[in-house]
Design a protein around this ligand. Structure first.
Ligand code: GLU
Length: 460
């Protein structure tokens, strides 16, 4: 950690000791949860200058409290597959922090889901949600269920079983789940139907990401991807750069990746590669988004099928190699830990100018350090991908007012929110001695709002 001016060395040392002590407790209390350790360590480190300048956070035990979930639910999700066999999965919901609003965060259905994954995502969500400027606390959920290859009926039965248990713990003023990897509008629809049946009352504000016919918001499907591009565009404008004529690589081919590609293309970028869990396609003429949308959003197909219509493109099985294609802008939009130090070095060597995170925690600490050292413009996930949850909060607002806003209105609000996140992160970084470091700035800006609320609400 570089020396911070304006702070006496002993207060800096005290802050470092505090952070290290609390982090040790986190490690001991959550053994083996590597992703959760990674996320907490990263944020704790960014907060050292805050504790050095304002010892009140240490005195009030904010870090000890914020890193321990208010509640962690795990539950059995039994369901019958199409052959009549009993299947059992493990469901989770972490209700991490409710100091600035009800718990809010997505739901991930993926075989890798475990307590560590849910807790890292939930912890990140606290700060991301605070950054949006909206009154939402941090939560996250999911199950180790693999939706791949499941029939529509199996998905429906799974969602119903998951919600049968979860409905005991959520509500429009308590905890509001949404989608994430493996959970889109279809799954949210099935969960909403089951919640409604369990409660016997129509409460659309209990879930976000719903279909527009029953309380969903326009722009919610596009929000994370569009928001990412608005954020990157604002950041680039500040440095005299733009998407126009730039070469872009986007990992993933889900909701976030698809709408990031769409908006980047609208702004004049050429997207030359994208990927799914089976590999990546490289199309130097520019990826045909209509084909990707049909394959991935409608047909649930594999990305290599792109070649049938665009034979000049190539398919490669090793997904990591997508980052070896030279580009101006790299947008990881697939999952956590996509970019390590080796990949970061390749991107830097190939002249990347901007890296911005559409997925949650795609770059590890070493990769981020390399980007900062090389003065690459870096947009950290909790700032750059906050557009999704921000529009979820707008969906909740519309639900409670029983009205729906136009596409243009929601899109304009999204753009404004992303610009505010960018500006607040920049000024927090500046104020705490890390000018231009959006990663440190976003963590600090998100933390200050939550930390101050926690002090005022007392030791709860
Ligand atoms: N899963 C998304 C995220 O990581 C969206 C959460 C939401 O809309 O509640 O922020």
């Amino acid at each position: 950690m570089t020396t911070i001016q304006r702070v006496k060395d002993d207060s800096l040392q005290q802050a470092l000791d505090y952070v290290n002590t609390v982090f040790k407790t986190v490690e001991e209390r959550n053994p083996g949860e590597v992703e959760f350790h990674q996320a907490t360590k990263h944020i704790f480190t960014a907060l050292v200058p805050v504790f050095a300048k304002h010892p009140k956070y240490m005195k009030n035990g904010i870090l000890e409290r914020i890193s321990e979930p208010e509640r962690l639910l795990t539950f059995r999700v039994p369901w019958l597959d199409d052959s009549g066999n009993v299947q059992v999965n493990r469901g989770f919901r972490v209700q991490f922090n409710s100091s600035i609003g009800p718990y809010k965060g997505g739901t991930r259905f993926h075989p890798t889901v475990n307590a560590s994954i849910i807790k890292f995502l939930g912890f990140e969500q606290i700060f991301k949600n605070a950054l949006t400027g909206q009154p939402i606390g941090g939560g996250k959920g999911g199950a180790d269920f693999n939706p791949k290859g499941k029939s529509n009926n199996e998905i429906m039965r799974f969602c119903q079983s998951y919600m049968t248990e979860l409905s005991n713990y959520i509500g429009p003023n308590v905890d509001i789940p949404a989608g994430d990897i493996g959970v889109g509008a279809r799954e949210i629809g099935y969960m909403f139907g089951q919640y409604k049946r369990m409660r016997g009352s129509y409460e659309p504000g209990v879930l976000t990401g719903k279909d527009v016919r029953f309380g969903g918001s326009l722009v919610r499907p596009e929000a994370t991807g569009y928001g990412l591009i608005y954020f990157v565009d604002d950041m680039m404008q500040d440095h005299g750069l733009s998407f126009n004529n730039s070469k872009v690589i986007v990992s993933g081919a889900g909701n976030v990746a698809i709408y990031a590609m769409e908006k980047a293309m609208e702004l004049g970028a050429k997207v030359v590669a994208c990927s799914d869990s089976t590999g990546y396609i490289h199309d130097e003429k520019g990826v045909n988004l209509e084909t990707i949308k049909r394959l991935k959003l409608e047909e649930d197909g594999v990305i290599s099928a792109y070649l049938a219509e665009h034979p000049h493109a190539s398919f490669h099985e090793n997904g990591d190699d997508i980052w070896t294609i030279p580009c101006d802008i790299a947008l990881p939009c697939a999952t956590q830990n996509e970019i390590d130090a080796d990949i970061a070095r390749v991107l830097i060597k190939n002249g990347v100018k901007v890296v911005a995170e559409g997925s949650n925690m795609p770059s590890n600490q070493e990769a981020i350090d390399l980007f900062n050292e090389s003065h690459i413009l870096f947009g950290p996930a909790k700032a750059a991908n906050a557009g999704g949850v921000a529009v979820s909060a707008l969906e909740m607002a519309q639900n409670s007012m029983k009205l729906s806003w136009s596409f243009e209105k929601v899109d304009a609000k999204l753009h404004e929110i992303m610009l505010n996140i960018y500006r607040n992160s920049i000024s927090a970084a500046e104020e705490y001695g890390y000018p231009g470091n959006l990663d440190v700035g976003a963590n600090i800006a998100g933390f200050l709002k939550v930390g101050d609320a926690m002090i005022r609400e007392g030791v709860v």
